[in-house]
Design a protein around this ligand. Structure first.
Ligand code: NI
Length: 407
């Protein structure tokens, strides 16, 4: 549990990584307000209003709505025409009943900021304030993105064209595997693709006592669930991350009736496009043939979800240099293994180079509580880290793209 006190942003490392106390208090107040009033994807009306007022309070007034319930703030750079970069914070909450017991716990039943997007909103606001105070070479667009949890928000923002001139983009996620002050800023895969699928097995129903007259989709389904696991274990290089999960199955209406169809649904995860394609093809192939072996027809519906997050070399270097500048080089830690959860920041990275960072959000000694848990909470000192690192990443990227220092 987070204590209710508002301490200084970071207690370590002298004056290298500090926000002004007054700004830090403002950001914590906004974070707690958003935490208390969480809103689901594409319903972030109040959230957007709170952020708009808070932006104005830190002298950022060039703000407009984008992507239905999002905002984009433009912070003027020092030089007209210098390369434009973007920062992104996501703002939506999850359909989870909060169980933290925090004094500022959600007042909305069944809705909770269980993924830290309240903190992301606050640090994006902080980065905007810092850039207004000390601008980058070029303009910086700070995107407060709606609907990350449904994987729709980034695409909604991109479709408006508001980021068409942007040369690099940075975003970050709180991560309780790491302690406050630790930052992951590295090139390559960071998060996985997520493609949902549904397989309908169509058979022939019969009396439960006369199975020879049926084509039993339940027996076929049982075989298929096991067979799908061989995609990862036998078709994918074991050194490459991949996931096939069946999360829902449904069939039948009575114990003594063989139904005529069964349905299973699940999700595929990969960190590179070739593996993503192999999973999709393997699923279709195995579903078709296992179904045929049981006298069934397989109807496969494959969604195209969020692609993998793959950070570019340049942007990762700029972000790492920025983090080292504000926190010290020892703050940069390796990711270890990629997170197989998905993150719709990936859509930005399909259009422009960028870097998605992980920002440590646990105090030493605290337990690791996974995101999307009803107990999830974040050490608020992370807000200061995120704001400082994102603002400095924008400055480094803008300078490097212009051909100056910072690369
Ligand atoms: Ni999240």
């Amino acid at each position: 549990m987070t204590t209710a006190s508002v301490g200084s942003p970071l207690t370590t490392d002298g004056d290298r990584a500090r926000l002004p106390d007054s700004l830090f208090r403002q950001l914590v107040a906004v974070r707690r307000d958003l935490h208390e009033h969480p809103e689901l994807s594409f319903h972030e009306e109040r959230t957007a209003s709170v952020l708009e007022i808070a932006l104005s309070a830190v002298s950022v007034r060039d703000v407009r709505r984008v992507g239905r319930t999002g905002l984009v703030a433009r912070i003027a750079g020092r030089e007209r025409g210098a390369p434009v970069v973007a920062l992104r914070g996501d703002i939506d909450a999850l359909p989870i009943q909060e169980l933290t017991g925090l004094p500022f716990a959600s007042r909305t039943p069944g809705v909770m900021h269980a993924c830290g997007h309240d903190v992301h909103s606050a640090w994006a606001l902080g980065a905007a304030a810092l850039l207004a105070e000390r601008p980058a070479d070029g303009d910086v667009l700070v995107v407060f993105q709606p609907a990350e949890e449904t994987g729709e928000g980034a695409a909604a923002v991109l479709s408006t064209g508001v980021l068409d001139d942007v040369r690099a983009i940075f975003g970050a996620h709180v991560d309780r595997r790491f302690t406050v002050g630790q930052v992951v800023a590295q090139a390559g895969p960071l998060a996985a693709s997520a493609d949902n699928f549904e397989i309908q097995l169509i058979g022939r129903g019969a009396h439960g006592a006369r199975p020879h007259e049926s084509a039993d989709p339940i027996v076929g389904l049982a075989a298929l669930v096991s067979a799908l696991q061989t995609i990862v274990s036998r078709r994918v290089n074991p050194a490459v991350p991949a996931v096939v999960t069946v999360g829902m199955i449904s069939a039948g209406t009575a114990p003594n009736v063989i139904p005529d169809r069964a349905v299973l649904q699940g999700t595929l995860r990969a960190t590179d496009d070739a593996t993503r394609t192999a999973l999709r093809e393997g699923l279709r192939d195995i579903a078709t043939h296992v179904a045929a072996a049981h006298g069934l027809e397989a109807r496969v519906t494959m969604g195209t979800g969020v692609p993998p997050v793959v950070n570019s070399d340049d942007a990762a270097r700029w972000a790492a240099n920025a983090a080292a500048a504000v926190l010290g080089a020892e703050s940069i830690v390796p990711l270890g293994t990629p997170n197989m959860a998905a993150e719709d920041f990936a859509f930005y990275l399909q259009r422009m180079p960028g870097c998605f960072l992980r920002v440590g959000a646990r105090r030493p000694g605290e337990p690791v509580i996974a995101a999307h848990s009803p107990q999830f909470d974040v050490a608020e000192e992370a807000i200061g880290v995120g704001a400082l690192v994102l603002a400095e990443s924008a400055r480094h990227a803008s300078a490097a793209l212009r051909g100056g220092h910072g690369a």
